[in-house]
Design a protein around this ligand. Structure first.
Ligand code: FAD
Length: 384
Protein backbone atom coordinates (compact mmCIF):
# COMPACT_ATOMS: atom_id res chain seq x y z
CA UNK A 1 0.00 0.00 0.00
CA UNK A 2 1.25 3.47 -0.88
CA UNK A 3 0.55 6.68 1.00
CA UNK A 4 1.18 10.38 0.68
CA UNK A 5 1.74 12.49 3.77
CA UNK A 6 0.77 16.11 3.05
CA UNK A 7 3.13 18.24 5.13
CA UNK A 8 1.46 21.42 6.34
CA UNK A 9 1.80 23.10 9.73
CA UNK A 10 2.89 19.87 11.42
CA UNK A 11 6.64 19.71 10.82
CA UNK A 12 7.37 17.66 13.94
CA UNK A 13 7.96 14.17 15.27
CA UNK A 14 6.74 14.65 18.84
CA UNK A 15 2.95 14.75 19.37
CA UNK A 16 2.10 14.16 15.75
CA UNK A 17 -0.78 11.72 15.51
CA UNK A 18 -0.98 11.92 11.71
CA UNK A 19 2.63 10.75 11.46
CA UNK A 20 2.18 7.99 14.02
CA UNK A 21 -0.92 6.62 12.34
CA UNK A 22 0.62 6.79 8.89
CA UNK A 23 3.71 4.87 10.00
CA UNK A 24 1.65 2.36 11.98
CA UNK A 25 -0.27 1.43 8.82
CA UNK A 26 3.07 0.42 7.33
CA UNK A 27 2.53 2.19 4.04
CA UNK A 28 5.25 2.99 1.62
CA UNK A 29 5.05 6.73 2.32
CA UNK A 30 6.15 9.81 0.45
CA UNK A 31 6.13 13.13 2.30
CA UNK A 32 5.18 16.18 0.24
CA UNK A 33 5.61 19.84 1.16
CA UNK A 34 3.75 21.88 -1.49
CA UNK A 35 3.32 25.52 -2.39
CA UNK A 36 0.50 27.41 -0.67
CA UNK A 37 -1.30 30.60 -1.66
CA UNK A 38 -0.15 32.24 1.55
CA UNK A 39 3.50 31.30 1.00
CA UNK A 40 3.26 32.82 -2.48
CA UNK A 41 2.31 36.08 -0.82
CA UNK A 42 5.20 35.87 1.67
CA UNK A 43 8.22 38.17 1.51
CA UNK A 44 11.85 37.03 1.56
CA UNK A 45 12.26 36.71 5.33
CA UNK A 46 9.14 34.60 5.91
CA UNK A 47 9.85 32.42 2.87
CA UNK A 48 13.39 31.75 4.07
CA UNK A 49 12.23 30.90 7.57
CA UNK A 50 9.68 28.40 6.27
CA UNK A 51 12.17 26.84 3.84
CA UNK A 52 14.79 26.50 6.61
CA UNK A 53 12.29 24.85 8.94
CA UNK A 54 11.13 22.51 6.21
CA UNK A 55 14.74 21.65 5.37
CA UNK A 56 15.51 20.66 8.99
CA UNK A 57 12.47 18.41 9.14
CA UNK A 58 13.20 16.95 5.70
CA UNK A 59 16.73 16.07 6.83
CA UNK A 60 15.39 14.37 9.92
CA UNK A 61 12.93 12.27 7.87
CA UNK A 62 15.51 11.45 5.23
CA UNK A 63 17.96 10.25 7.87
CA UNK A 64 15.32 7.63 8.65
CA UNK A 65 15.07 6.59 5.05
CA UNK A 66 11.90 8.44 4.02
CA UNK A 67 11.41 10.21 0.70
CA UNK A 68 10.50 13.88 1.05
CA UNK A 69 9.47 16.05 -1.89
CA UNK A 70 9.24 19.82 -2.20
CA UNK A 71 7.01 21.05 -5.00
CA UNK A 72 6.09 24.50 -6.31
CA UNK A 73 2.64 23.20 -7.18
CA UNK A 74 -0.36 23.60 -4.91
CA UNK A 75 -1.15 20.28 -3.28
CA UNK A 76 -4.34 19.66 -5.28
CA UNK A 77 -2.48 20.17 -8.58
CA UNK A 78 0.42 18.05 -7.37
CA UNK A 79 -1.62 14.99 -6.45
CA UNK A 80 -3.77 15.06 -9.56
CA UNK A 81 -0.65 14.93 -11.75
CA UNK A 82 1.35 12.60 -9.52
CA UNK A 83 -1.52 10.12 -9.18
CA UNK A 84 -1.57 9.45 -12.94
CA UNK A 85 1.89 7.84 -12.92
CA UNK A 86 2.11 6.91 -9.22
CA UNK A 87 -1.28 5.85 -7.92
CA UNK A 88 -1.49 5.80 -4.14
CA UNK A 89 -4.02 4.39 -1.69
CA UNK A 90 -4.05 6.71 1.29
CA UNK A 91 -3.53 10.34 2.19
CA UNK A 92 -2.63 11.68 5.65
CA UNK A 93 -2.82 15.31 6.72
CA UNK A 94 -3.38 17.72 9.60
CA UNK A 95 -6.49 19.91 9.36
CA UNK A 96 -6.21 23.68 9.24
CA UNK A 97 -8.66 26.31 10.43
CA UNK A 98 -8.50 29.26 8.03
CA UNK A 99 -10.85 29.59 5.09
CA UNK A 100 -8.34 29.39 2.23
CA UNK A 101 -6.61 26.35 3.73
CA UNK A 102 -9.98 24.66 4.36
CA UNK A 103 -11.01 25.30 0.76
CA UNK A 104 -7.84 23.56 -0.35
CA UNK A 105 -8.70 20.60 1.91
CA UNK A 106 -12.15 20.45 0.37
CA UNK A 107 -10.74 20.11 -3.16
CA UNK A 108 -8.25 17.49 -2.04
CA UNK A 109 -10.99 15.53 -0.27
CA UNK A 110 -13.08 15.61 -3.42
CA UNK A 111 -10.18 14.29 -5.48
CA UNK A 112 -9.56 11.48 -2.98
CA UNK A 113 -13.22 10.60 -2.95
CA UNK A 114 -13.38 10.40 -6.76
CA UNK A 115 -10.26 8.21 -6.88
CA UNK A 116 -11.00 5.90 -3.93
CA UNK A 117 -8.05 7.17 -1.94
CA UNK A 118 -8.51 6.64 1.81
CA UNK A 119 -8.38 9.96 3.64
CA UNK A 120 -6.98 10.28 7.16
CA UNK A 121 -7.23 13.79 8.56
CA UNK A 122 -6.17 14.84 12.07
CA UNK A 123 -7.28 17.62 14.36
CA UNK A 124 -4.06 18.53 16.17
CA UNK A 125 -3.35 22.23 15.62
CA UNK A 126 -4.80 23.52 18.88
CA UNK A 127 -4.55 22.82 22.58
CA UNK A 128 -8.11 21.54 22.72
CA UNK A 129 -9.47 19.35 19.95
CA UNK A 130 -12.74 20.44 18.39
CA UNK A 131 -14.49 17.30 19.67
CA UNK A 132 -13.43 18.21 23.24
CA UNK A 133 -14.89 21.73 23.21
CA UNK A 134 -17.67 21.97 25.80
CA UNK A 135 -19.98 23.41 23.11
CA UNK A 136 -20.73 22.88 19.43
CA UNK A 137 -18.74 25.11 17.09
CA UNK A 138 -21.95 26.89 16.01
CA UNK A 139 -22.63 27.71 19.66
CA UNK A 140 -19.11 28.86 20.44
CA UNK A 141 -19.23 31.91 22.76
CA UNK A 142 -18.72 35.10 20.81
CA UNK A 143 -16.45 36.80 23.34
CA UNK A 144 -13.07 35.46 24.43
CA UNK A 145 -13.87 35.76 28.16
CA UNK A 146 -16.96 33.56 27.81
CA UNK A 147 -15.05 31.09 25.65
CA UNK A 148 -12.21 30.89 28.20
CA UNK A 149 -14.52 30.45 31.19
CA UNK A 150 -16.39 27.58 29.53
CA UNK A 151 -13.18 25.92 28.43
CA UNK A 152 -11.58 26.26 31.86
CA UNK A 153 -14.54 24.76 33.64
CA UNK A 154 -14.52 21.69 31.34
CA UNK A 155 -10.87 21.49 30.45
CA UNK A 156 -10.03 18.44 28.36
CA UNK A 157 -6.64 18.29 26.70
CA UNK A 158 -5.52 15.16 24.91
CA UNK A 159 -2.25 13.75 26.30
CA UNK A 160 0.79 13.94 24.04
CA UNK A 161 0.98 11.35 21.28
CA UNK A 162 4.16 9.31 21.86
CA UNK A 163 6.87 9.55 19.21
CA UNK A 164 7.06 6.77 16.64
CA UNK A 165 10.87 6.79 16.99
CA UNK A 166 13.62 8.67 18.82
CA UNK A 167 13.97 12.26 17.66
CA UNK A 168 16.39 15.11 17.83
CA UNK A 169 15.43 18.13 19.89
CA UNK A 170 14.22 20.68 17.32
CA UNK A 171 14.52 24.46 17.63
CA UNK A 172 11.01 24.83 19.00
CA UNK A 173 11.69 22.37 21.81
CA UNK A 174 15.04 24.07 22.53
CA UNK A 175 13.34 27.43 22.82
CA UNK A 176 10.75 25.98 25.21
CA UNK A 177 13.49 24.36 27.25
CA UNK A 178 15.40 27.66 27.38
CA UNK A 179 12.36 29.71 28.40
CA UNK A 180 11.23 27.30 31.13
CA UNK A 181 13.98 25.09 32.47
CA UNK A 182 17.23 26.86 31.58
CA UNK A 183 16.42 30.49 32.42
CA UNK A 184 13.12 30.28 34.38
CA UNK A 185 12.09 33.37 32.37
CA UNK A 186 8.57 31.93 32.44
CA UNK A 187 8.28 32.94 36.10
CA UNK A 188 8.18 36.64 35.19
CA UNK A 189 6.29 36.33 31.91
CA UNK A 190 3.25 38.27 33.10
CA UNK A 191 5.38 41.28 34.07
CA UNK A 192 7.73 41.24 31.07
CA UNK A 193 5.48 40.10 28.20
CA UNK A 194 4.85 43.66 27.00
CA UNK A 195 8.56 44.34 26.63
CA UNK A 196 9.77 45.25 23.18
CA UNK A 197 13.51 44.69 23.21
CA UNK A 198 14.76 41.74 25.28
CA UNK A 199 14.48 38.32 23.74
CA UNK A 200 13.18 36.64 26.89
CA UNK A 201 10.50 39.26 27.59
CA UNK A 202 8.04 36.85 26.01
CA UNK A 203 8.24 33.19 25.06
CA UNK A 204 8.99 33.70 21.31
CA UNK A 205 7.28 30.38 20.72
CA UNK A 206 5.01 31.67 17.93
CA UNK A 207 7.27 30.84 14.95
CA UNK A 208 7.53 27.22 16.14
CA UNK A 209 3.87 26.89 17.08
CA UNK A 210 2.71 28.23 13.74
CA UNK A 211 4.61 25.74 11.61
CA UNK A 212 3.70 22.98 14.02
CA UNK A 213 7.34 22.39 14.91
CA UNK A 214 6.07 22.53 18.46
CA UNK A 215 2.52 21.54 19.36
CA UNK A 216 0.44 23.67 21.72
CA UNK A 217 -0.08 20.48 23.78
CA UNK A 218 3.69 20.10 24.18
CA UNK A 219 3.92 23.63 25.56
CA UNK A 220 1.03 22.91 27.92
CA UNK A 221 2.49 19.63 29.10
CA UNK A 222 5.91 21.19 29.82
CA UNK A 223 4.22 24.10 31.57
CA UNK A 224 2.32 21.70 33.86
CA UNK A 225 5.52 19.75 34.56
CA UNK A 226 7.25 23.02 35.41
CA UNK A 227 4.41 24.05 37.73
CA UNK A 228 4.58 20.71 39.53
CA UNK A 229 8.34 20.45 39.79
CA UNK A 230 9.47 24.07 40.14
CA UNK A 231 6.90 26.79 40.63
CA UNK A 232 3.35 27.76 39.77
CA UNK A 233 2.45 31.45 39.71
CA UNK A 234 0.43 34.04 37.78
CA UNK A 235 3.01 34.07 35.01
CA UNK A 236 2.88 30.33 34.39
CA UNK A 237 -0.92 30.62 34.25
CA UNK A 238 -0.65 33.56 31.84
CA UNK A 239 1.17 31.57 29.19
CA UNK A 240 -1.69 29.05 29.32
CA UNK A 241 -4.12 31.98 29.08
CA UNK A 242 -2.41 33.16 25.86
CA UNK A 243 -2.61 29.66 24.42
CA UNK A 244 -6.35 29.85 25.03
CA UNK A 245 -6.43 33.10 23.01
CA UNK A 246 -4.71 31.16 20.25
CA UNK A 247 -7.35 28.39 20.38
CA UNK A 248 -10.15 30.95 20.51
CA UNK A 249 -8.95 32.68 17.32
CA UNK A 250 -8.47 29.36 15.54
CA UNK A 251 -11.99 28.17 16.33
CA UNK A 252 -13.34 31.66 15.59
CA UNK A 253 -11.74 31.45 12.15
CA UNK A 254 -13.16 27.97 11.60
CA UNK A 255 -16.60 29.18 12.58
CA UNK A 256 -16.72 32.41 10.56
CA UNK A 257 -14.69 31.28 7.56
CA UNK A 258 -14.19 33.85 4.83
CA UNK A 259 -15.83 36.71 6.76
CA UNK A 260 -12.78 37.32 8.93
CA UNK A 261 -10.75 38.18 5.81
CA UNK A 262 -13.21 40.76 4.45
CA UNK A 263 -13.13 44.52 5.21
CA UNK A 264 -16.67 44.37 6.58
CA UNK A 265 -15.73 41.51 8.95
CA UNK A 266 -18.69 40.27 10.96
CA UNK A 267 -20.59 43.59 10.72
CA UNK A 268 -23.11 44.69 8.15
CA UNK A 269 -22.13 47.18 5.50
CA UNK A 270 -18.83 48.37 4.17
CA UNK A 271 -15.80 49.19 6.30
CA UNK A 272 -15.58 52.93 6.99
CA UNK A 273 -11.82 52.84 6.27
CA UNK A 274 -10.41 54.26 3.03
CA UNK A 275 -8.13 52.76 0.39
CA UNK A 276 -5.42 55.39 0.31
CA UNK A 277 -2.19 53.90 -1.11
CA UNK A 278 -0.05 56.92 -0.26
CA UNK A 279 -0.92 56.95 3.43
CA UNK A 280 -0.67 53.16 3.55
CA UNK A 281 2.84 53.18 2.08
CA UNK A 282 4.04 55.78 4.58
CA UNK A 283 2.95 53.34 7.30
CA UNK A 284 4.58 50.33 5.61
CA UNK A 285 7.85 52.17 5.21
CA UNK A 286 7.92 53.56 8.75
CA UNK A 287 7.54 57.13 7.50
CA UNK A 288 4.55 58.38 9.45
CA UNK A 289 4.65 61.37 11.80
CA UNK A 290 4.78 59.01 14.83
CA UNK A 291 8.29 57.87 15.85
CA UNK A 292 7.02 54.95 17.97
CA UNK A 293 5.03 53.54 15.03
CA UNK A 294 7.94 54.07 12.66
CA UNK A 295 10.35 52.22 14.97
CA UNK A 296 8.04 49.20 15.07
CA UNK A 297 7.62 49.17 11.31
CA UNK A 298 11.40 49.46 10.86
CA UNK A 299 11.89 46.44 13.09
CA UNK A 300 9.28 44.47 11.14
CA UNK A 301 10.79 45.38 7.77
CA UNK A 302 14.35 44.53 8.87
CA UNK A 303 13.73 41.34 10.86
CA UNK A 304 10.24 39.95 10.15
CA UNK A 305 9.43 40.34 13.86
CA UNK A 306 7.42 42.77 15.99
CA UNK A 307 6.38 42.45 19.64
CA UNK A 308 2.73 42.00 20.55
CA UNK A 309 2.69 45.53 21.99
CA UNK A 310 4.07 46.87 18.73
CA UNK A 311 1.57 44.91 16.63
CA UNK A 312 -1.35 46.32 18.61
CA UNK A 313 -0.10 49.87 18.26
CA UNK A 314 0.76 49.88 14.57
CA UNK A 315 -2.53 48.17 13.72
CA UNK A 316 -4.56 50.62 15.78
CA UNK A 317 -2.63 53.53 14.24
CA UNK A 318 -3.26 52.36 10.67
CA UNK A 319 -6.95 51.74 11.27
CA UNK A 320 -7.97 54.49 13.66
CA UNK A 321 -5.44 57.31 13.16
CA UNK A 322 -4.67 56.94 9.46
CA UNK A 323 -8.13 55.60 8.57
CA UNK A 324 -6.79 52.98 6.14
CA UNK A 325 -8.55 49.72 5.19
CA UNK A 326 -7.50 47.27 7.93
CA UNK A 327 -7.21 44.33 5.51
CA UNK A 328 -4.31 46.11 3.81
CA UNK A 329 -2.41 46.13 7.11
CA UNK A 330 -3.23 42.48 7.77
CA UNK A 331 -2.02 41.62 4.26
CA UNK A 332 1.22 43.49 4.88
CA UNK A 333 1.78 41.50 8.08
CA UNK A 334 1.13 38.31 6.13
CA UNK A 335 3.94 39.21 3.78
CA UNK A 336 6.43 40.30 6.44
CA UNK A 337 5.94 38.42 9.73
CA UNK A 338 7.96 35.23 9.89
CA UNK A 339 5.63 33.96 12.62
CA UNK A 340 2.61 34.66 10.40
CA UNK A 341 -0.46 32.60 11.17
CA UNK A 342 -3.71 33.26 9.25
CA UNK A 343 -6.08 32.81 12.19
CA UNK A 344 -4.03 34.79 14.70
CA UNK A 345 -3.10 37.57 12.32
CA UNK A 346 -6.48 38.23 10.74
CA UNK A 347 -8.30 37.55 14.02
CA UNK A 348 -6.25 40.15 15.87
CA UNK A 349 -6.58 42.74 13.10
CA UNK A 350 -10.32 42.15 12.90
CA UNK A 351 -10.62 42.50 16.67
CA UNK A 352 -8.72 45.81 16.65
CA UNK A 353 -10.82 47.11 13.75
CA UNK A 354 -13.99 46.73 15.84
CA UNK A 355 -15.56 44.54 13.15
CA UNK A 356 -14.97 41.26 14.97
CA UNK A 357 -16.37 39.81 18.16
CA UNK A 358 -16.11 43.07 20.06
CA UNK A 359 -17.92 46.03 18.45
CA UNK A 360 -15.77 48.52 20.41
CA UNK A 361 -12.94 49.72 18.21
CA UNK A 362 -9.60 49.13 19.97
CA UNK A 363 -7.91 52.48 19.62
CA UNK A 364 -4.56 53.00 21.35
CA UNK A 365 -3.09 56.38 22.18
CA UNK A 366 0.32 55.73 20.68
CA UNK A 367 1.98 58.65 22.49
CA UNK A 368 0.85 57.33 25.88
CA UNK A 369 1.83 53.82 24.85
CA UNK A 370 5.33 54.97 23.89
CA UNK A 371 5.69 56.72 27.26
CA UNK A 372 4.57 53.59 29.12
CA UNK A 373 6.41 50.90 27.19
CA UNK A 374 9.46 52.82 25.96
CA UNK A 375 9.87 55.55 28.60
CA UNK A 376 13.55 56.21 27.86
CA UNK A 377 13.09 55.98 24.09
CA UNK A 378 15.53 53.04 24.00
CA UNK A 379 13.42 51.05 21.55
CA UNK A 380 12.82 54.04 19.30
CA UNK A 381 16.55 54.79 19.14
CA UNK A 382 17.29 51.16 18.33
CA UNK A 383 14.94 51.14 15.34
CA UNK A 384 15.05 54.81 14.25
P1 FAD B 1 3.86 35.13 24.04
O1 FAD B 1 3.40 36.39 24.67
O2 FAD B 1 4.99 34.43 24.68
O3 FAD B 1 2.58 34.17 23.96
C1 FAD B 1 2.69 32.75 23.82
C2 FAD B 1 1.82 32.28 22.68
O4 FAD B 1 0.46 32.61 22.93
C3 FAD B 1 2.16 32.95 21.36
O5 FAD B 1 3.26 32.33 20.73
C4 FAD B 1 0.85 32.76 20.61
O6 FAD B 1 0.72 31.47 20.08
C5 FAD B 1 -0.19 32.94 21.72
N1 FAD B 1 -0.61 34.36 21.74
C6 FAD B 1 0.00 35.39 22.36
N2 FAD B 1 -0.67 36.55 22.11
C7 FAD B 1 -1.72 36.22 21.34
C8 FAD B 1 -2.77 36.97 20.74
N3 FAD B 1 -2.89 38.30 20.89
N4 FAD B 1 -3.67 36.31 19.99
C9 FAD B 1 -3.60 34.97 19.82
N5 FAD B 1 -2.62 34.21 20.35
C10 FAD B 1 -1.69 34.83 21.08
N6 FAD B 1 0.60 35.85 16.39
C11 FAD B 1 1.08 34.92 15.55
O7 FAD B 1 1.56 33.89 15.98
N7 FAD B 1 1.05 35.12 14.18
C12 FAD B 1 0.55 36.26 13.63
O8 FAD B 1 0.52 36.39 12.41
C13 FAD B 1 0.08 37.28 14.51
N8 FAD B 1 -0.38 38.46 14.04
C14 FAD B 1 -0.83 39.41 14.93
C15 FAD B 1 -1.32 40.63 14.42
C16 FAD B 1 -1.75 41.63 15.30
C17 FAD B 1 -2.31 42.92 14.74
C18 FAD B 1 -1.69 41.40 16.69
C19 FAD B 1 -2.14 42.47 17.65
C20 FAD B 1 -1.24 40.21 17.20
C21 FAD B 1 -0.80 39.20 16.33
N9 FAD B 1 -0.32 37.97 16.81
C22 FAD B 1 0.11 37.01 15.93
C23 FAD B 1 -0.43 37.64 18.27
C24 FAD B 1 0.82 37.96 19.11
O9 FAD B 1 1.28 39.25 18.81
C25 FAD B 1 1.96 36.96 18.86
O10 FAD B 1 1.47 35.64 19.00
C26 FAD B 1 3.07 37.14 19.88
O11 FAD B 1 3.58 38.44 19.83
C27 FAD B 1 4.19 36.15 19.58
O12 FAD B 1 5.22 36.30 20.50
P2 FAD B 1 5.47 35.24 21.65
O13 FAD B 1 5.45 33.86 21.09
O14 FAD B 1 6.67 35.68 22.38
O15 FAD B 1 4.16 35.45 22.51
Amino acid sequence: MKAIYWLRTDLRILDNEALVECLKANHETIFVFPQTKSLKRAGTIRKKFVEDCFFSFKTELEERGFTVLRTDLFFGDFISTYFLSNPFDALYFTQEFAWEEREEERLVQQFCHENQIALHSFDQGTLIQQKDLPFKLEEMPFLFTDFRKKIESHLKIKPLVPTPFAYKENEGLSRLDHYLWKTHAIETYKETRNGMIRFDDSSKLSPWLNLGILSARTVFSELKRYETQVRENESTYWLFFELLWRDYLKFFSLKFGRKIFLPSGLRQGVSPNQNNPEIFHSWCEGKTSDAFINANMNELNSTGWMSNRGRQNVASYLIHDLGVNWTWGAGYFEEKLFDYDPDLNWGNWLYLSGRGSDPRARKFNTLTQAKTYDPEGEYQRLWS
